[in-house]
Each structure stands twice: as structure tokens, then as C-alpha cells.
Design a protein around this ligand. Sequence first.
Ligand code: NAD
Ligand code: SER
Length: 321
Amino acid sequence: MGKTIIIGACGQIGTELVLELRKRKGVNAVIAADVKDEVPEILASGPYAKMDILDREAVRAYIMNEGITEVYLLAALLSATAEKHPDFAWRLNMEGLFTILDLAKEGVVKKIFWPSSIAVFGPTTPRDKTPQFTITEPTTIYGISKLAGERWCEYYHQKHHVDVRSIRYPGLISYTSLPGGGTTDYAVDIFYQAKLNNQYVSFLSSDSELPMMYMEDAIRATVELMEADANSLKIRSSYNLAGCSFTPSELANEIKKHLPDFKMEYKPDFRQAIADSWPRSIDDSAASRDWGWSARYGIGEIVSVMLENVNIDLLKTSTQK
Ligand code: NAD
Ligand code: SER
């Protein structure tokens, strides 16, 4: 059996996905790869490759030489950072995808996971229970790159029989590593500040409802989709996926159940416009129908597990770098 590589392994999703895949496939069968020089301690027990996804020839050579047949391509700029560096975001979010899709077209790579996002939707999309197939007119460079990526995935599947699978993740909430520059990051930052200072200044307004998901659900969804029978997968662009939806004030109220003196202030910044263009909730019935998807974590469970596990030392280490 060929090996698996996760490119962008040191990020919020990658760290947890590598650990889960190593549990299932064996430590040496799963290579963590990232542009970062240093591998986070949590991944250090298995193979690590320093890799720039934009270096097409080096990526091709590595994948061929190592006998890699399954690729999870996570490297990207997220919504907020992408707005600051639109040219680079377009390059990073698109070029690596072509490198991997082409390797699959040539028969080297057998299966690809590539994540999309709720950012493919825009202000003209119905915002509640957003359907799988609906208007997609994103107004962020991140959303435009994800929508284009989805179309290319479907194209490579139809024209070249590439087995590529994708999920439109909502905002992901986790404590193993810090989030990487998205609009939904407030829903992670808040737990560090709650523990550190018992207060938080939200960069989104109190009533900005967004679709969110606990990381354990997101990793399980990824594994379930990748293990599903190819014939049952009717969508090769990207599947809608729902966890739970909440606003910053609802999240603050849930935190107050554990920390009654917790204080929240609201100072919306440029990320407010991004949040305003995204859905409030998602219809993921196609994922349920095709591969049996069902979320487990609601807001109450997320808050309990995050307050219990968030480690403020992670925040300090990241500020020092
Ligand atoms: P992240 O920013 O935390 O991690 C991305 C990783 O990619 C980082 O470790 C970074 O060093 C690495 N990287 C950047 N440039 C690279 C390059 N040139 N070559 C190799 N590696 C490089 O992101 P994440 O939150 O883990 O997201 C992973 C993927 O999932 C992205 O495609 C993102 O768009 C998508 N996604 C994430 C969320 C979320 O809430 N986290 C939601 C929807 C979609
Ligand atoms: N969490 C991501 C972001 O905010 C959604 O793709 O960018």
C-alpha cells in the first residue's frame, strides 16, 4: 500500500489530521509536510518533510520517490490573511492544487482530499440552511479561490477520473494548535482570553451568526469521506458540512455558565464584512445521504471541552515566535 502525505500539516487541521491518520494507518505510513522549518512537538514522532507546495518539481519528485498515493492538501491562506495578500493567496490556494491534481491524472496519486469552505458562498446566497447547490458569488479572494478549486476538482474527476474528495468546512474550533488567520478565529481566540484574562474583545459583532464545528467532528468527517465507497459519492466539487451555528454573544453566554464573571466587548474590524457575506447555517443533507454524515458536538459540548483543554502556554509560545 502506498503512503499518505498531509501538506500543510503544521496548521490547525493538519496537526490533528496527521495524528488521526497515523493512528489508523501506522506512524511511518503518514508523512507530515509543511513549509515550516520546524515540526511541532506533537507531530515529531513520525516522518516530516519540509516542503513548499509552490515548488512543483520538488513536490512531484518527493511524491514519486516516496511512493505516496494519497494526498491531503491543506496548505492555503485563510480568509482574513488572504484579503491582505490577494495575489499570493490566489497563487498559493490554486497552484498546489494543480500540482496534485496532475499527479493524480498521471496515475501516481490515487486519492486526494482538498478542503473547501463556507467561503464559496456570498451575499447573494440564501443565508439560512444554505443548500448544497445554490448561488455561489463569493466576495473574498479566499472564497473565489475555493470556488475555482471546487470547479477544477469536479473537472478533473469528470474528464480524468481523478478520485478527489472535498468538504466545505465551517469555522473550526480546536485546542491542539492555534487557528491560521480566518474570520472564524474569534471562536477559538475567545477561550484563550477567557482563561488568561476572563474577558475578550470580539472582532465580529454580537449577532454575527456563523456555521461552526468542533475539530473532532471535522476530522471524523474527513476520514469518513475518504473511506466512503467512491460509487456513493455523487458530489465531486465539495460537500456542505454542518456542525452548529452561533453568534459571538451566544458563545459568550455559554462561557459565562462556566466563568460567571467573563466579560465580552465588541469591536468589529474588516473581518465583519467577510462574516456578513457568509451563511448563518448550512444544509448538509447531501453528506448525510451519500456517506452517512452526522455531527456530534453542539455549542455546549464545544465550550466545555475547550475550557477544559485550552493551554495558554500555546498562545505564549506563538507570541514569542
Ligand atoms: P492553517 O493556516 O492553520 O494551516 C495551513 C498550513 O499550511 C500552515 O501550517 C502553513 O505553514 C502551511 N503552508 C503555508 N504555505 C505553505 C506552502 N507554500 N507549502 C506548504 N505548506 C504551507 O490552516 P487550517 O486552518 O489548518 O486549514 C487547512 C485547510 O482547510 C485550508 O485549505 C483552509 O482553507 C481549509 N479550511 C479551514 C477552515 C478552518 O476553520 N480552519 C475552514 C474551512 C476550510
Ligand atoms: N475558518 C475559515 C476562515 O475563517 C473558513 O474557511 O477563513
